[in-house]
Design a protein around this ligand. Structure first.
Ligand code: SF4
Length: 281
């Protein structure tokens, strides 16, 4: 199999020398996350100002070579389970597989083959005796949930015991435009989120950061809360995080992390609505 090189928190998609599969050591999860990158051309339908994809461009992925994806995942899992990958590449304490995550250099559900790719991951996990042991996740901006093919892929993830991390960084159209570089109506976001939550356990992911030294506007935070609070019983919860790694977009010098004290205080405000909240430092 290709040479695998990775260091803790190295999220570089080519660290394993494969096109679609990239292992990442996740400190938070205490193990190795097997990333699936369906966007090897660094193209996304959004342009988030905090995005960590290098040379990000607008667009979608080229056709996915599903046979290659299957081969890479098979090879990697064989090495990870029976080879010396863990012993030679991974520090003690992190030598376990924690998940398979569709999380690449763009929006994974924009691949026409998304549902087929999920089916391949399920089959490969099954053949390695890992079905039900390694959770399948998709990290999505949720913008394509209206497509039946995307719903089919997410439904498959739900039936396999997996989950969705669904990006909601704002509460108003202006906020989505400023942060995510997309034109979207908040009521459409809510509809897609509810649809997603009916198909698979869904965690909202919200990135909060300072822009030009300013905290997120209270009006934006209140609008975000108003969007999500009615879904408290449908959602698995909300994951709040700040900038863990620097943005690779032109706005990078204008963005900064928010401290843990502010994040916790905001989390408390969110919990009062009945939403489950996790905060990443
Ligand atoms: S949706 Fe994800 S990949 Fe796309 S621009 Fe935003 S952060 Fe980057």
């Amino acid at each position: 199999m290709p040479r695998i090189q990775l260091a803790t928190d190295d999220h570089s998609r080519d660290s394993a020398g494969m096109r679609y599969v990239y292992p990442v050591i996740s400190r938070r999860a205490g193990g190795v996350s097997v990333g699936i990158n369906l966007n090897p051309n660094n193209a996304c339908n959004w342009r988030c100002i905090y995005c960590q994809v290098p040379d990000l461009k607008r667009g979608g992925p080229p056709p996915i070579d599903l046979a290659l994806l299957e081969l890479e995942l098979n090879d990697f899992l064989r090495e990870a389970v029976s080879g010396d990958f863990m012993a030679t590449r991974i520090p003690l304490g992190a030598r376990r597989l924690v998940d398979v995550a569709f999380s690449g250099n763009g929006e994974p559900t924009s691949a026409t083959e998304f549902a087929a790719a999920v089916a391949i991951v399920e089959g490969v996990l099954e053949s390695h005796g890992l079905a039900g042991k390694l959770i399948i996740r998709v990290i999505t901006n949720g913008s394509l949930l209206d497509r039946r093919a995307v719903q089919a892929g997410i439904g498959r993830i739900g039936r396999a015991g997996g989950e969705v991390w669904f990006k909601v960084d704002a509460g108003t159209s202006t906020g989505f435009a400023r942060i995510n570089g997309t034109r979207v109506r908040p009521d459409r976001v809510v509809r897609r989120l509810a649809l997603c939550a009916a198909l698979a356990p869904t965690w909202v992911q919200t990135c909060l950061f300072r822009r030009d030294g300013q905290l997120p506007a209270d009006q934006e935070l209140s609008a975000w809360l108003e969007l999500l609070a009615p879904l408290a019983l449908q959602l698995a919860g909300v994951h709040l995080y700040s900038l863990a790694r620097p943005s690779l977009q032109v706005e990078a010098p204008r963005l900064a992390r928010i401290d843990a004290v502010w994040m916790e205080a905001f989390a408390e405000r969110v919990r009062k609505t009945g939403l489950t909240v996790r905060v990443s430092p």
